[in-house]
Design a protein around this ligand. Structure first.
Ligand SMILES: N[C@@H](CCC(=O)NCCCC(=O)O)C(=O)O
Length: 259
């Protein structure tokens, strides 16, 4: 990558878009809480990347960026991506976002671009590394219910749900100075087979993988199953995660400017 003029004051972070119909029109959208957490928690400038699907080289945009955020989404990764059984009838999918995410992940890792992956994004990162997903983690024997109460108010849905334990010697212990944290939980899918090269960082009490890093990646690459973007400034753990991501984006940006 060539030198970049020192004109941009803050790192620029790409945010993968969901493609959703609003009436008869497709929109490319990212939840405001993710964009706000990048601004308030990471100190970077977010820019939404379109998910047009096949034929659009979204990974080509990474050359202009200092980081990548894969957000959560109500839609599920298409099971064909990990040779899984068909989804239950009525499951929401987003094939254009699948195309974007599965183009972006290998390109970002190759560049050493800092990557933060949340919920659906965490699941995408696992699948992109050759892993697979359970489609209903609460149906595993002895499992916790990891999805939200669909009828509850949003504040309750994103409220504390269960503990996670951070692996000794791992990044999350180092960043937070804690061995455990209480997290929210709004997902039905989850890690089944862990992708190659992923190192587990956090586990739920029922053994579900809740966070990982790409072990040999040249840059910051963290995936979490929970939602640290929710009210990011109210949680020291969430601020630690977004702050570390922002620092990695700043370091990447400086390295690029130095050429
Ligand atoms: N559909 C997947 C992923 C769940 C997920 O990302 N939820 C977030 C919902 C909206 C948001 O907060 O952005 C699953 O069910 O596991």
């Amino acid at each position: 990558m060539g030198p970049r003029p020192l004109s941009s004051p803050r790192p620029l972070v790409g945010v993968v878009a969901d493609r959703r119909m609003v009436g008869p029109h497709p929109f490319h959208m990212a939840g405001e809480k993710y964009l706000a957490a990048l601004v308030d928690g990471a100190g970077v400038d977010p820019v939404v990347l379109p998910s047009f699907g096949e034929g659009f080289e979204v990974a080509g945009l990474l050359e202009r960026l200092d980081g990548l955020l894969l957000t959560g989404s109500p839609s599920n990764v298409a099971p064909a991506r990990y040779d899984g059984p068909s989804s239950a009838p009525g499951t929401l999918h987003d094939p254009e976002r699948d195309v974007a995410a599965f183009d972006l992940v290998p390109a970002a890792l190759k560049m050493g671009l800092p990557l933060l992956a949340i919920c659906r994004g965490f699941q995408e990162l696992n699948v992109a590394m050759g892993g697979s997903l359970h489609q209903a983690v609460h149906e595993r024997p002895g499992a916790l219910v990891h999805h939200e109460d669909y009828d509850a108010p949003v504040e309750v849905q994103y409220g504390p749900a269960h503990e996670v334990s951070f692996v000794e010697g791992g990044l999350l212990r180092e960043l937070t100075g804690q061995a455990t944290a209480t997290v929210n939980s709004l997902h039905s899918q989850g890690v089944d087979r862990l992708g190659q090269g992923l190192r587990v960082e956090a586990l739920a009490p029922d053994g579900l993988v809740e966070a990982f890093v790409v072990a040999d990646a040249p840059g910051f690459t963290l995936g979490v199953q929970w939602h640290p973007e929710w009210k990011v400034t109210a949680s020291t753990v969430s601020m630690a995660l977004f702050g570390a991501f922002g620092d990695a984006c700043r370091a990447f940006s400086e390295q690029v400017h130095k050429g």
